[in-house]
Design a protein around this ligand. Structure first.
Ligand code: SF4
Length: 80
């Protein structure tokens, strides 16, 4: 199954300047790879906090950064 966020995801729909090859690599390894989207840092933040809390420059492989974002949200009472 491809990522359900495909249409609304900035990472998937906007080409980052100078990073198109890297972007294509992650698109094929997360966005359209069967169920791999569940490991995507952007997907994780979006599911837990909402799309508006996903930083534009968050890459799918940055799970540690996603965890920090969730911890910070938790410390501010935005996440239970
Ligand atoms: S970057 Fe992540 S959230 Fe966005 S479409 Fe790809 S897998 Fe889904």
């Amino acid at each position: 199954m491809i990522c359900p966020n495909l249409q609304g995801c900035k990472f998937f729909n906007i080409t980052l300047s100078g990073k198109s090859a890297l972007q294509e690599y992650y698109k094929s390894n997360y966005c359209s790879a069967s169920d791999k989207y569940k490991d995507c840092a952007r997907w994780i933040v979006c599911q837990k906090l909402g799309k508006e809390h996903v930083p534009d420059d968050l890459f799918p492989n940055q799970k540690e950064r996603a965890e920090l974002i969730l911890l910070e949200a938790q410390s501010k009472g935005k996440l239970t």
